[in-house]
Design a protein around this ligand. Structure first.
Ligand SMILES: NC(=O)c1ccc[n+]([C@@H]2O[C@H](COP(=O)([O-])OP(=O)(O)OC[C@H]3O[C@@H](n4cnc5c(N)ncnc54)[C@H](OP(=O)(O)O)[C@@H]3O)[C@@H](O)[C@H]2O)c1
Length: 272
């Protein structure tokens, strides 16, 4: 698996991570949890490390905490979020997350959708100084928030920004991705598949022959390689609850990446 360096420390992480919104919100239902255990085992066996979750994703944090083995917890780079108003509510939520995820210290806590940004960042920086969290970040998932994400990056002191970027939605290329690279902020990409909608567009369309030039054999691999070909991208976090799709996504983090001509071909093929 290709790895990328987190600029603020030099630590490297595998470029394909795992999102949990949707598929991991299954509560205590044993039948619904069974395929998730397979997904998690295949993720770590295939060289994955970063899992992204949030208290906003209903039961996902508790499900993860109960499904991860001790060995998996050790290699897991656990990224969650804070999504609360006020310092006290934020602190209580982050303590709950660490307890549910059974992971201390949490590797990364991100201010989810910039909610109550200044109060949560103040707490997070204090927690980082005390060793209660290793990295601090911010997230959003819409282009309308890109200007605000850029403003917060410019203020400094962030380790990570999580943003939406895909072969269909390339807005981050103009300002945010170069800015993150320039300021030494690691980038996690969400919505690489437009929440799955891109596959509906591509249904029945064969993977083009030119995808072999960068060793992609499925549309998912083509789309993930489009994202990680950008040098500012540290990790992409496709969400899936299916082991077949998980293995497909991990393959998107291996082998050659598209060059500039191939990136143009991909954007044209998906109709960007
Ligand atoms: N504000 C925020 O901080 C924010 C917002 C959005 C997302 N996120 C994070 O980013 C993660 C990813 O974003 P997302 O969940 O919105 O969408 P996404 O990763 O763009 O798309 C997920 C969809 O793609 C499907 N899929 C995954 N792998 C596939 C494959 N190989 N072939 C075909 N279909 C495949 C999944 O279905 P199956 O389950 O059937 O495979 C699912 O429906 C989230 O889970 C979350 O962790 C954060």
């Amino acid at each position: 698996m290709i790895a990328r360096v987190i600029p603020s420390t030099g630590e490297s992480i595998p470029v394909i991570g795992l999102g949990t919104s949707g598929p991991f919100e299954v509560g205590a239902d044993a039948a619904a949890r069974a395929p998730l255990r397979e997904v998690i085992d295949a993720f770590f066996e295939g060289g994955g490390r970063l899992i992204d979750t949030s208290p906003m994703y209903s039961t996902a944090e508790g499900v993860l905490g109960e499904l991860l083995s001790q060995a998996q917890q050790k290699s897991c780079f656990m990224a969650t979020k804070v999504w609360a108003d006020g310092a006290a509510a934020g602190i209580s939520q982050m303590n709950d997350s660490a307890r549910l995820l059974k992971h201390r210290p949490l590797d990364l806590i991100q201010v989810h959708n910039l909610r109550d940004l200044d109060a949560q960042l103040r707490t997070l920086h204090a927690m980082k100084a005390e060793g209660q969290v290793r990295y601090v970040g911010i997230t959003h998932y819409t282009v309308s928030a890109h200007a605000e994400l850029a403003r917060v990056i410019e203020r400094g002191k962030l380790d990570f920004v999580q943003l939406n970027y895909s072969a269909l939605t390339r807005d981050a290329e103009s300002r945010l991705l170069p800015l993150a690279a320039d300021r030494g902020v690691a980038v996690i990409v969400n919505r690489a598949f437009e929440d799955g909608r891109v596959f509906a567009r591509l249904r029945g369309v064969p993977v083009p022959d030119w995808a072999a030039d960068f060793e992609a054999t499925s549309w998912a691999q083509v789309l993930l390689k489009f994202v990680i070909a950008h040098p500012a991208v540290t990790c992409v976090i496709p969400a899936t609850g299916k082991v077949k799709n998980l293995r497909d996504n991990l393959a998107g983090g291996r082998g050659r990446l598209p060059d500039a001509a191939a990136l143009r071909n991909i954007a044209a093929a998906v109709g960007a």
